[in-house]
Design a protein around this ligand. Structure first.
Ligand code: NAP
Length: 255
């Protein structure tokens, strides 16, 4: 019998931001590797279109606005009742924000922080209980960004919430190692998804976007699969000795 260390067979994994881009590619790969996926995102219609592409027996959809952070324990209870104990969590839901310092807005920043960071803590808190977590252990992956480690004009609010995830997984990894729960981040460069299309539209023309962003990626812009491959590696037993770290996947952007 051949053993596949990347297999996710028997694991129930929550993916937020599962209706689009990196989260959708991750949901697909989880199913291909034998896992079950609980797909979470905000827009119900978009989510059900995305779920229709997935194998019915190994995917379930949960429409939820993750800025409602107080209600996240209820969401996780619902997921648990439908899929069983949780062996993995990928917090991928998010959106980019362009905000120069002169127009910093505290309310907008709190919303951004809630979606990227508070939701991550609340999801992790709900998963990491004896009642909810898979007794064999779990792997939790937060999707950060290369902007957390490499500056970009106008992106200080976005990069700071992504930086908070990198710091959070280090301490959470230390807190939960003895409970067989691993915490890690991935830090992607720019990836071809609907989010990147929205960012492109902020530049005056394609040439200035290429100069500021595309050309900095020595291996070209990423595809969602370039990120989902590493996320699924971290979810799997192939990464059983990896915790508290952040993997940079950026085609050379941050060199
Ligand atoms: N694309 C890149 O270049 C890039 C680079 C580095 C990091 N990232 C990070 O990767 C993650 C995924 O980005 P992507 O490029 O795949 O973006 P995307 O294609 O726009 O997908 C974003 C996902 O997040 C969900 N979402 C947004 N706000 C939500 C909310 N309040 N509650 C629940 N779900 C919500 C969206 O669902 P709805 O449409 O239903 O709202 C969608 O499923 C993000 O955290 C992003 O910051 C992206």
């Amino acid at each position: 019998m051949t053993i596949n260390p990347m297999s996710l067979s028997g694991k129930n994994i929550i993916v937020t931001g599962a209706s689009s881009g990196i989260g959708l590619a991750t949901s697909h790969l989880i199913c291909t590797l034998g896992g079950n996926v609980a797909m979470v995102s905000r827009n119900k219609e978009k989510l059900s279109v995305a779920q229709r592409e997935m194998p019915e027996e190994s995917s379930k959809a949960f429409s939820f606005d993750l800025r409602n952070t107080d209600k996240i324990p209820d969401l996780v209870s619902l997921i648990l009742a439908e899929v069983g104990p949780i062996g993995g969590l990928v917090h991928c839901a998010g959106d980019f924000a362009v905000r120069p310092l002169r127009s910093f807005d505290p309310k907008e920043y709190r919303d951004l922080y809630d979606l990227h960071v508070t939701a991550f803590f609340m999801l992790s808190k709900a998963v990491c209980t004896k009642k909810n977590v898979d007794p064999t252990g779990a792997s939790i992956v937060a999707v950060s960004s290369v902007t957390a480690i490499s500056g970009l004009e106008g992106s200080s609010t976005y990069s700071s919430v992504k930086g908070a995830l990198i710091s959070a997984v280090r301490s959470l990894a230390a807190e939960y190692a003895t409970k067989k729960i691993r915490f890690n981040c991935v830090c992607p460069g720019w990836v071809n998804t609907p989010m990147l299309d929205r960012i492109k539209a902020l530049y005056p023309d394609l040439e200035s976007f290429d100069l500021a962003i595309t050309k900095r990626h020595l291996l070209g812009l990423g595809q969602p699969e370039d990120v989902s491959n590493s996320i699924c590696f971290l979810l799997s037993d192939a990464a059983r000795w990896i915790t508290g770290t952040s993997i940079v996947l950026d085609g050379g952007y941050s060199l």
